[in-house]
Design a protein around this ligand. Structure first.
Ligand SMILES: [Fe+2]
Ligand SMILES: [Fe+2]
Length: 259
């Protein structure tokens, strides 16, 4: 049986697949860290800017946690192949704010802040679901369990904050724009996620010497998930509701204690 658990375990056991898996994860986190720190600098609203900054700091921390996992195993990070660079692929499709824009020194407009928040709403949903699954598989793992649990807890905060901030923009009269953008971004994301998943697993299958039928079963699973997400699942990324964790990216002293 080819379960997510069995696949993750196989990837974890082999040095080369572990190296690729962690390098891809670390690069995504570092990228998110850089973007958020830069967006914080370009955000005029001081309170929001501080939240974005904390979000960026968290993502950099995640990047460092992943890098430490590689070092523990005496492995180096490897360059992420462009075809599996999820964040860059989204950017190329006009999702979120571009590097060119972020390198300009002028404050972001409301429309751009909404684009940033919608991008975060959609990608943090994905991140929190993925790391939640990893937590179920590796939560008790002596080598990587602790880092995964910490990251999982942070991703819940990030997701909660995107709900809250987008709801604020909805209340200020931007609801239609927010909903339109959420629907568009979610559809692009599910397609990009499918493509990246297939390519990452192709690399993994090559490293692990999988047979063609074994890869075919996995690829079928990825296509099946996409079929579900394209028809229905994308909607989960577009819902906005007041989160259980309020003000999750507020100043530390105001943040609710985590369970
Ligand atoms: Fe993260
Ligand atoms: Fe995050």
């Amino acid at each position: 049986m080819l379960s997510a658990r069995a696949i993750y375990r196989e990837i974890r056991e082999d040095d080369r697949t572990f190296q690729l898996f962690i390098s891809v994860a670390a690069a995504g986190e570092e990228q998110g860290g850089w973007e958020n720190v830069r967006i914080a600098e370009l955000t005029r609203d001081e309170e929001l800017s501080q939240k974005v900054r904390r979000h960026g700091d968290d993502e950099h921390k995640h990047g460092r946690l992943f890098a430490a996992l590689l070092r523990k195993r005496q492995l180096e990070g490897i360059e992420v192949p462009p075809e599996v660079n999820y964040t860059m692929l989204l950017e190329e499709q006009g999702i979120g704010l571009s590097h060119v824009r972020l390198n300009e020194d002028r404050f972001l407009s409301d429309e751009e802040i909404i684009a940033y928040l919608v991008h975060s709403r959609v990608t943090e949903q994905r991140a929190s679901e993925e790391v939640e699954l990893q937590k179920r598989v590796f939560g008790d793992d002596p080598e990587i369990g602790r880092a995964i649990r910490m990251i999982a807890d942070d991703e819940v905060n990030h997701l909660a904050y995107t709900h809250e901030e987008l709801l604020r923009f909805c209340e200020k009269g931007h609801r239609a724009r927010v909903q339109d953008m959420l629907a568009h971004y979610a559809r692009v994301e599910v397609r990009t996620y499918r493509d990246v998943s297939l390519r990452v697993m192709r690399h993994m299958a090559d490293c692990l010497g999988w047979s063609r039928p074994k890869f075919a079963v996995l690829a079928f699973g990825i296509h099946a998930i996409y079929a579900f997400e394209r028809l229905w699942g994308w909607r989960r990324m577009t819902r906005l509701e007041a989160p259980v964790r309020r003000n999750a990216m507020g100043p530390r002293s105001h943040r609710p204690a985590m369970a």
